[in-house]
Design a protein. Structure first.
Lengths: 568, 406
């Protein structure tokens, strides 16, 4: 996400140092309250009362739930505070195992929560109330491709175990597994793009042009496994995708994936190139028309080069031509929404950048606090080691207090940061979602372009027919060849008209899909962002309160000094 | 304002005495350094400070006096005290500024003013230093007198103490040393003092590191403040283009973030003045002690050298007595002079030792108080900041809740 892994690596290094130092002092810290002799000097702390606010009982820690995310760290510490309401709760709070645990748990919690792939909230759609579709990707294995190897033993690939748990009726069964390779995922993604034009389809993980050697690197495989899992979970969360036959086949069909693989570009072009001369030089004029069935697919990536050229020409006319194309994107609402989403994308991106800076600043201040604490710990040890005067001992004790508090505060910042990253990550996610939206809009534009092209064609044909009829009417009994031509053109026009109607229907369908998806997105965005904001705010407040408690304790213990002011 | 006690065993505050009769009024000397003002132009520009003295001490002219002083005047005072009161840990001065750009920044001027104020007050509170004539000059003399005094001392005074004879003797004894093959510098063999020296040197390192991190912490506060401001602004923009309830939520969050940014900047300043500066002051104090340590070493060396010289002179003299040399009378003179000087050197050294012992106790005590206060301010500031942050975010939660369902 934000290279958090790297942050964590650096932090652990200094953390080791901190923990090894503070641990022995923790016991002393515990005894501080029972050691009034070291505090007999000065006006520092006459009554020796320890004013600990370990975890303010009054503060609503129990209420700190980041939306419905069970924040494991906070809930565990609040329960521990209810068990021991004494200074030693600080120590249990500091104990390395539980701290480390909590950090890791807060990440696993995130993954575990992604049952429906949408991160924090499960308030996305009411239908996910009782039915579920959970997918996990595990157990990468290397396999040999025995058929295609030009180099003996050279062509290996990785397969992953895809396990599904579900109670949806279209699946036969509640728990099953298949093995798939990345190529299968590409196929799935392509098929979905074809079948579900206009939908905001989650983007699949990138292909990488890697050698098989890189493939074997564990890190890469692990990253890919995580990416695949994330992708499949997003699909499983999408109300329409999750019911698709393509997904079902992918998740359940044993053996080879029963989905048509898209042929590569080269052979597509080859096919198209073969067809093109026939189309241009018109063996049959009719064949110059667009195949009505093809209309439901976009031109690009298809085999119909002629169609591609026509639509390209049409788009140029649209952009540069003086006349307005016959059908335009009239839907004002759509255009407004589109602009709004563009603005949203731009501002989100900005916020995301600032969020990263904020996280970095939080991290830095935590680190510096830790270093300051460490420096004071060393100073404390130094002063106490050969203390020749009582004030020294007293000073050393004060210093240790501040030092351990600084270290505590430093850890709190670290935890705060880990959670802040999680929350603000929602923004990053939505930036990714913007890409899927753009794809859906592209589907719409393409469909519109097809319609416009066909309308253009119809208009051209109509003009040609008129001209021929006008010419033919001047000659008695017409011109045999002309009449035949007119008949052919009329036939072409009928086919084209038919295709146009289909194209229009397709366009309308995509428009409808866009609209539905936009509504869905708006609602999810609303819920997700409110969740994110609340989570962020609650998080900040909670940790700030903890830090206040830590420092208030020190302030109280050193309050004696405030009265004896020798300096202004 | 600060009250000073004349005698070390002095009475308490003025509570038990009647305020009417001047004779029974407790003596006090209180100083404040205020109102920094930029004077002059260009390269010659400098900052002047108002030094306000309030006192009832008879040595001072009147009960209140205001003079204008600049940094070099304070340096003059510090140098004079250092020369005259060997053995006492002279309160440290803030550093000369190294970065030209920074010299007139509000922050730097404020830090310097605070440090100068502390400096003068510590002198005024010290039972020995407060009696210094130079202090009186500093606090009362008009600007011209001050300037004259200052320029006088950049001359000969800088080189060595007024006793020119000791220069001479120093040269002499060095020659003697070389002749006798004694190259090794003489040092005290006092294990407790050695421990103290070692302590001071190590302490400086530790303190410097702590101060470094404290300064960084100030910077981090500022950086966090800045990023909160930027974040707030960006999220407000997002809210503006979002509209509706979510837009309002974003805007409110952005506003809170910006507000907190201001609090962070304020805390950064508080941290600088009340935590980092005291630490820096501690470092300076330790450096000043190192100066005193050097003075003690010099005094010890002088005493040793003189002792050696006297011994040798005595041998010479006895030789001369035996052969009834004509130079005997002169030699006797010199010998007597050397003996007086030797006594003086011994006296000086022993004074330093005695003073230092007292000073060490005072130093430890004072530093505990100073650091205690600094820690208190640090903790108070951090708690205040954390509470402000918590309150700000908490207040937003009910708003968010109500917006999310609207």
């Amino acid at each position: 996400m934000m290279g958090l892994e790297n942050h964590e690596a650096q932090l652990y290094a200094s953390r080791e140092e901190m923990e090894s130092l503070v641990l022995d002092d923790d016991d002393d810290n515990n005894n501080n309250g029972t050691n009034p002799s070291s505090r007999s000097n000065g006006g520092a702390n006459g009554d020796g009362s320890q004013h600990h606010h370990p975890l303010s009982p009054s503060s609503p820690f129990a209420e700190i739930s980041t939306t419905d995310d069970d924040d494991p760290l906070l809930s565990s510490s609040s329960s521990s505070s209810s068990r021991h309401q004494n200074p030693s709760s600080f120590n249990s709070f500091l104990e390395p195992p539980s701290y480390a645990d909590a950090v890791f748990r807060s990440f696993d919690g995130d993954r575990g929560k992604q049952i429906n792939g949408h991160g924090a909230t499960s308030t996305s759609s009411p239908s996910t109330g009782s039915d579920y579709l959970k997918v996990s990707v595990t157990d990468p294995q290397k396999e040999q491709d025995l058929n295609n190897s030009l180099v003996p033993g050279g062509n290996s690939f990785v397969t992953y175990l895809i396990t599904t748990w579900t109670n949806l009726p279209e699946f036969n069964g509640t728990e099953f597994s298949v093995r798939r390779r990345f190529k299968d995922v590409v196929t799935l993604s392509d098929r979905l793009s074809d079948s579900y034009r206009g939908y905001f389809i989650p983007l699949r993980p990138d292909k990488s042009v890697v050698e098989s050697q890189v493939m074997q690197k564990q890190e890469f495989v692990e990253q890919r496994r995580m990416a695949l899992e994330k992708y499949l979970r997003k699909l499983a969360a999408h109300p329409v995708m999750r019911r698709s036959e393509e997904l079902r086949a992918f998740l359940q069909a044993q053996g080879k994936l029963p989905l048509m693989k898209t042929t590569d570009v080269a052979s597509r072009m080859l096919d198209g190139a073969v067809k093109l001369p026939k189309q241009l030089f018109g063996e049959s004029v009719v064949s110059a028309a667009v195949d009505p069935d093809d209309v439901a697919q976009p031109a690009k990536g298809g085999r119909d080069l002629l169609r591609i050229f026509k639509e390209l020409r049409q788009s140029v006319i649209n952009d540069w031509g003086g006349t307005k194309p016959p059908v335009v994107e009239e839907d004002k609402e759509f255009l407004e929404k589109k602009k709004k989403l563009e603005d949203f994308e731009r501002e989100s991106s900005n916020v995301s950048q600032q969020a990263e800076s904020l996280v970095k600043a939080q991290q830095d201040i935590g680190e510096t606090l830790g270093q300051l604490g460490l420096a004071f710990v060393k100073l404390t040890k130094f002063e106490s080691e050969e203390a020749m005067f009582n004030p020294q001992k007293l000073r050393a004790a004060d210093m240790k207090n501040v030092a351990t508090s600084a270290v505590k505060a430093s850890r709190l910042y670290r935890e705060l940061n880990a959670q802040t990253v999680r929350h603000l990550d929602k923004l990053h996610e939505y930036l990714g979602v913007m890409l899927t939206v753009n794809n859906a809009y592209a589907d719409r534009s393409n469909a519109l372009l097809t319609v416009q092209t066909l309308l253009s064609e119809l208009s051209n044909l109509s003009i040609r027919i008129e001209k021929l009829e006008a010419a033919a009417s001047k000659i008695f009994d017409g011109d045999r060849s002309r009449v035949r031509k007119i008949e052919e053109l009329k036939e072409t026009m009928r086919v084209t008209d038919d295709a146009k109607n289909r194209a229009v229907r397709e366009y309308e369908r995509i428009k409808e899909n866009n609209k539905k998806e936009l509504e869905r997105l708006d609602k999810e965005r609303h819920d997700d962002f409110f969740g994110m904001l609340k989570g962020f705010v609650v998080n900040q407040a909670g940790y700030a309160e903890k830090m206040a408690g830590v420092w208030e304790a020190v302030a109280n213990e050193t309050s004696g000094y405030a009265k004896s002011s020798l300096m202004k | 304002m600060i009250t000073t006690q004349r005698s070390p065993t002095g009475g308490g505050g003025g509570g038990s005495q009647s305020p009417r009769s001047p004779s029974s009024q407790p003596p006090f000397l209180s100083v404040s350094v205020t109102d920094p003002a930029k004077m002059g132009n260009g390269v010659q520009a400098y900052i002047s400070y108002k030094v306000i003295t309030k006192t009832n001490l008879p040595e001072y002219q009147g009960s209140e006096k205001i003079v204008i002083r600049r940094y070099t005047d304070f340096v003059w005072l510090c140098d004079r005290l250092f020369e005259k009161y060997k053995g006492i840990f002279i309160p440290p001065l803030p550093e000369k500024s190294t970065v030209e750009k920074f010299r007139f920044s509000a922050e730097f001027i404020e830090m310097r003013r605070q440090a100068l104020d502390t400096f003068v007050n510590r002198i005024a509170l010290h039972h020995e230093l407060q009696q210094s004539e130079d202090l009186r000059t500093f606090l009362q003399a008009d600007e011209q007198t001050m300037e004259r005094a200052r320029s006088q001392d950049t001359g000969i005074f800088k080189k060595k103490p007024s006793d020119l004879m000791s220069i001479f003797r120093g040269v002499q004894s060095k020659v003697t040393d070389v002749v006798l093959g004694k190259e090794k510098p003489v040092e005290e063999s006092n294990s407790e003092y050695d421990k103290f020296k070692k302590y001071i040197f190590e302490l400086e390192d530790h303190l410097a590191e702590a101060q470094k991190h404290a300064y960084r912490l100030v910077k981090r506060h500022r950086e966090l403040g800045q990023s909160l401001a930027d974040f707030g602004k960006a999220i407000k923009l997002l809210g503006a283009c979002e509209g509706d309830a979510l837009g309002t939520a974003f805007s409110e969050l952005g506003a809170k973030s910006e507000m907190l940014s201001i609090k962070l900047q304020r805390e950064a300043h508080h941290l600088l003045m009340n935590f980092e500066e005291p630490l820096k002051d501690y470092v300076r104090a330790v450096q000043s002690i190192k100066g005193t340590i050097t003075e003690r070493a010099n005094a010890f060396r002088q005493q040793c050298e003189l002792t050696e010289t006297i011994k040798l002179k005595e041998i010479d003299l006895n030789k001369m007595r035996l052969i009834r040399s004509e130079k005997m009378l002169d030699a006797e003179h010199e010998y007597e002079e050397l003996k007086v000087a030797g006594q003086e050197a011994t006296r000086r050294f022993e004074t330093i030792v005695k003073l230092m012992n007292e000073e060490i106790v005072r130093f430890q005590d004072q530093k505990t108080q100073d650091m205690g206060r600094a820690f208190h301010e640090f903790a108070k500031g951090q708690a205040r900041l954390a509470n402000a942050i918590a309150d700000a975010w908490r207040s937003l939660i009910p708003k968010l809740d109500s917006l999310s369902v609207s």
